[in-house]
Design a protein. Structure first.
Length: 257
């Protein structure tokens, strides 16, 4: 186990578990925590095949630490936002699947961070909220693209205008979460899903994460062509041979990087 002041890191075989560690601020994302996430996702080795993200002491993240943003010039705010975009892209484009185990507050920048994760597990008591409109500010961590992509621009507009919050049950229905579990069970479910994911071919996991996101942004015909290219790359490699052989031999496949 390694630990910094703001980010706890534990390794469980091929699964890395990172926990946001600012419980006194409900794990609000400050500059130090963004830098710690940057360092972690920039240095992942091949031994890690999946990452679980959670928050310490009952909350995933209450959002941006507003105490750092009371008096910043416009260009400073833009530079800060663009740095968030860069770090969030490391998560969204990570070749290792990232699973969010969400409890308590998942608000503002915390929801923007969660939206970058590839699998999201929410406890029933989670509070999803985008309160920026109530604070006199606009989103800056990628939410206008990623959260809108999950629930639609119309619903996100209403969330920000009214400060409306959603429970974990409602969030699963809307697309903010893929799984909804009873209180206290998010981390257990996240590890269950991670154990399943790490048995996949690491190459195919990377194709799934990166190719689908790119294809979704393409015109339909270009997307179909790109799909054929990825299919050709995947189905002519050693992982496809092992996967099909294992199916015919009625055993679990063993994929190596």
């Amino acid at each position: 186990m390694t630990q910094s002041d703001v980010l706890k890191i534990q390794n469980h075989g091929a699964i890395a578990h990172i926990a946001l560690n600012r419980p006194e601020k409900r794990n609000a994302l400050n500059d130090d925590l963004i830098a710690a996430l940057d360092a972690f996702f920039s240095s992942l080795g091949d031994e890690t095949r999946a990452v679980i993200v959670s928050g310490e002491d009952g909350h995933f993240s209450s959002g941006l630490d507003l105490s750092q943003h009371v008096a910043r010039a416009s260009l400073e705010v833009m530079a800060h936002s663009r740095n968030w975009h860069r770090v969030m892209a490391l998560v969204a484009q990570s070749p290792r699947p990232v699973i969010a185990a969400m409890s308590g507050a998942v608000m503002g920048g915390g929801l923007e961070f969660a939206a970058t994760c590839h699998v999201r597990v929410a406890e029933e008591s989670v509070r999803f909220q985008m309160p920026e409109g109530l604070r006199g500010i606009f989103v800056g961590g990628g939410g206008s693209v990623r959260i809108s992509g999950l629930i639609g621009a119309d619903r996100m507009t209403e969330m920000m205008l009214t400060g409306r919050s959603y429970t974990g049950v409602e969030g699963e229905r809307l697309g903010l979460a893929h799984h909804c579990v009873p209180e206290g069970q998010a981390l257990t479910k996240a590890f269950e899903l991670a154990e399943r994911i790490v048995k996949n071919s690491p190459t195919i996991n990377q194709f799934i994460i990166q190719a689908i996101a790119q294809i979704a942004a393409m015109p339909p015909e270009a997307g179909l062509y790109a799909e054929s290219l990825v299919a050709a790359l995947s189905q002519t490699g050693p992982d496809a041979e092992e996967g099909l052989r294992a199916f015919l031999e009625k055993r679990q496949p063993v994929f190596v990087r």
